[in-house]
Ligand binder design. Structure first.
Ligand code: HEM
Length: 260
């Protein structure tokens, strides 16, 4: 219990909390990207997958609350650590060069963190609540019937004939707007900057980075971040450029033909 309290009251404890919640959030954004990339498959796939997630009911809410708690703790620890370091001794105590480098990195982390937070709020309004933009309002989108059974890694998610929410069309119509797509692209760019520095330093905090592994870990983090960025840019990029066209017969195809 004392140990648990120290996590919240000492700087090393807060840093640890920030690292662990950061790692959990990296897991979420990676899984979310893999799920979203199903937009490149036939509509049944992403619709069946979203239907499966929505059908988790109380478990989905438990996961949502857990992720929200991670975001709150991560932001709180970041603010607390920033305030602490501001009130600590000035540059002369550590050597100006080292202090400047650290402060530039943490300024990037703060700025990108704030934009990512604003993006998440907008994104929830856009897709989860369906509030931003009448054309993507959830209740305005029809439900569709799955034509095939949907499986993920062999696990059955939904069966043919199930009535599901048309997430496929929602994503297409959401990204048909250049302004919305551009905002997503900038936000995921900044999220990648945040992940890049954050992931490297979280390994250090957790104690998984040593001299032997440092350069290997750095390359792994760089590769992960590049793939993460490309995957995220691919979705709005392919839709906006017309490289990915909505499947015939979907609401997205009908509406995008109506408003070329
Ligand atoms: C191209 C990029 C993205 C696409 C296409 C996308 C798509 C979606 C969709 C369709 C939903 C709603 C699912 C539903 O309610 O049926 C959703 C929810 C969500 N997304 Fe994204 N997303 C993207 C990027 C991101 C990023 C970068 C983050 C985090 C920084 C994020 C965080 C979330 C969260 C927290 C939810 C709410 C999950 C829930 O309902 O419990 N998304 N996303």
């Amino acid at each position: 219990m004392i140990l648990f309290g120290t996590l919240f009251t000492s700087s090393i404890g807060r840093k640890f909390l920030m690292a662990v919640t950061g790692l959990i959030l990296v897991g979420f954004v990676t899984g979310h990207l893999v799920g979203n990339l199903q937009i490149f498959l036939p509509p049944d796939q992403i619709n069946g997958y979203a239907h499966f997630l929505q059908g988790l009911g109380p478990l989905l809410w438990a996961i949502r609350l857990f992720l929200l708690a991670c975001v709150v703790i991560h932001v709180w620890a970041a603010v607390a650590l920033t305030m602490e370091s501001r009130s600590a001794r000035g540059p002369e105590a550590y050597g100006v060069k080292k202090w400047l480098r650290a402060s530039v990195a943490s300024r990037y982390m703060r700025m990108s963190g704030i934009v990512v937070l604003a993006f998440i709020i907008y994104h929830l309004a856009h897709f989860t609540i369906g509030f931003a933009g009448a054309e993507t309002f959830k209740s305005n989108l029809p439900h569709v019937l799955l034509e095939h059974d949907v499986r993920e890694f062999g696990i059955p998610l939904a069966s043919a004939g199930t009535e599901v929410h048309d997430v496929y069309s929602m994503v297409f119509l959401g990204f048909a707007s250049p302004l919305v797509s551009l905002f997503y692209m900038v936000a995921v760019g900044l999220l990648t900057v945040h992940l890049w520095h954050g992931t490297e330093s979280l390994f250090q905090t957790i104690g998984w980075r040593n001299v032997k592994w440092a350069s290997c870990l750095r390359r792994f983090v760089a590769l992960y971040c590049i793939l993460y960025l490309l995957g995220n840019l691919a979705i709005p990029g392919a839709i906006l450029s017309g490289l990915l066209e909505p499947a015939a017969g979907t609401t997205a195809a009908d509406e995008m033909i109506a408003q070329p």
